[in-house]
Design a protein around this ligand. Structure first.
Ligand code: AMP
Ligand code: MG
Length: 485
């Protein structure tokens, strides 16, 4: 008899929210194999990594066996995709296996992606392939190491089946962990149902799960909206401070918890340009780097709409109150971003007599076409007395010397503290591509090496020099990412 895996399930979503899911099970994988397992996260979930590596554990992770206590469902949601409304999206190729109560008592969704067609699959095949699932695993764990709220990667498994994309590719399942999979699109879907009690139950459920303190406020739905606005303002500020481009900020990909979700076409920016877009389908640049804050407000307005009847019985008054909360987003975002930017410059705050100091640094980066990550990192070296790298990156920009004088007179201090907020190692597109190419050809070594480097993004290691370097020019231009892989 195999060792118990150790997950303790308590499936509140299934218990409380019928109408928002279909009970379903995964398609059987013919010859499942574990490709990567996140041992540390497995332990956090109360699981035994050894048991997860056993054939019985692999069967659970790939969806071939339903562990005791799990109640797999495909979740329903709607969403605005690139501005156009789709009333019924849902988990077309994914399942919520159940909610695990982790070793700290926290409720964590255990979710399979690529586990076969569901009632929400529409024309999709319900499947996923190895390269993109490894990519999601790598990117979300890199984000976690950068201290950015995110869904997590527990494992990637090869199914043993082939999947047709542009070519035949190895099928895979990604096992995701999230504080929940409640999305703006979940509220949009619930509000479209004939039975109004579903939306009311969803709101109560979500408040209890993510915002219990607001239940005691005078207008809980409004205070809930405010909390989500705050969480998203803080999240997007963190993205902007590391050069992260989500790539597909549709309302079904915006979590209520404030965790980054859905790593399809995301990528980190190399040279700084707010217009940067990597996604092959984002022709209009809707989700360009610099547009992310304003798109988030638009997405949050889509959350506010279904909440209006709960905010105030008088619709005009409800709109007025919700608008006030949404209008606070730019200020909240800017406060978070400015706080983070000051720390990146080695300052406790941006000086009141030089409020554009951080934005002007970005202006230099853009003018010089300089690498975003390295430019910030080189400020600490300059503070330690070695200005060579900063100068090499930026002194072609008009106003460089004047900016350095302004920065120095603002009193930057503690280069080590700067290093602890300016990452040296990020998942650079050329490195990710190289690692995934090798992995899909059966060589996991470059993937594991890159994964390990990205686990400590702030700590310089001489053996990792090449992971800190920008992409070769021929790679950097024309790099593209893809959705629905
Ligand atoms: P995404 O772009 O990954 O956020 O997915 C948008 C919607 O398409 C979601 O409802 C997914 O479940 C669905 N979807 C994406 N790929 C597939 C697929 N291969 N089969 C079925 N549904 C899919
Ligand atoms: Mg999605």
């Amino acid at each position: 008899m195999s060792a118990p895996i150790g997950f303790t399930f308590d499936n509140s979503f299934v218990r409380d929210l019928d109408g928002l899911y279909e009970a379903w099970t995964a398609t059987t994988a013919s010859a499942p194999e574990l490709v990567v397992l996140n041992d540390e996260l497995a332990c956090e979930l109360g699981a035994d990594p050894g048991a997860l590596r056993s054939p019985a554990g692999v069967d659970v992770l790939v969806g071939n066996a339903v562990p005791e206590g799990a109640e797999p469902v495909a979740q329903a949601y709607a969403g605005h995709q690139f501005g156009g409304y789709s009333p019924r999206l849902g988990d077309g190729r994914a399942l919520l296996l159940g909610e695990v109560v982790d070793v700290d008592g926290a409720r964590r969704d255990l979710h399979l992606k690529g586990s076969g067609r569901t009632p929400f699959a529409r024309s999709g095949d319900g499947l996923a392939v190895l390269g993109p699932m490894l990519r999601e695993f790598l990117m979300c764990e890199a984000m976690h190491a950068l201290r950015i709220p995110t869904t997590r990667g527990l494992a990637v498994l090869a199914t043993g089946d082939t999947v047709l994309r542009e070519t035949l590719q190895p099928g895979a399942v990604f096992v995701r962990v999230a504080s929940s999979h409640l999305r703006v699109g979940t509220f949009q879907y619930a509000s479209s149902l004939d039975d109004p009690s579903v939306l009311a139950r969803l709101l109560d459920y979500t408040i209890a799960r993510h915002a219990p303190a607001v239940a005691r406020s005078e207008a809980p739905a409004l205070a809930f909206l405010e909390q989500v606005v705050d969480a998203q303002a803080s999240l997007v500020a963190k993205w902007m401070l590391v050069g992260f481009i989500h790539g597909v900020m549709n309302t079904d990909n915006v979590t209520i918890s404030g965790e980054t979700i859905d790593y399809g076409p995301c990528a980190f920016m190399d040279t700084y340009d707010p217009a940067t877009v990597f996604s092959s389908i984002d022709h209009g640049g809707r989700y360009a780097f610099g547009s992310q804050p304003k798109i988030t407000v638009w997405n949050l307005a889509r959350l506010a709409e279904p909440l209006l009847p709960f905010i105030d019985p008088d619709r005009d008054r409800a709109i007025e109150r919700a608008t006030t909360v949404l209008e606070a987003f730019p200020g909240r975002f800017l406060a978070r971003w400015t706080e983070g930017a000051a720390a990146k410059l080695g300052l406790s705050a941006i000086p009141v007599d030089d409020v554009n100091l951080a934005e002007d640094f970005l202006g230099l980066l853009q003018q010089a076409g300089a690498d975003f990550t390295l430019s910030f990192r080189s400020l600490a070296s300059a503070l330690r007395g070695d200005e060579a790298q900063l100068r090499a990156l930026l002194d072609s920009a008009a106003g460089f010397d004047a900016w350095v004088r302004r920065w120095r007179s603002a009193g930057p201090s503690d280069a080590d503290a700067m290093d602890s907020v300016n990452p040296l190692y990020i998942p650079r597109n050329h490195l990710v591509d190289e690692a995934l190419r090798a992995a899909t050809e059966g060589d996991l070594e470059p993937f594991s090496t890159l994964f390990n480097v990205l686990q400590s993004p702030f700590v310089e290691r001489s053996s990792c020099d090449r992971f800190a370097l920008p992409a070769p020019d021929e790679f950097a231009c024309g790099f593209r990412t893809y959705c629905g892989t």
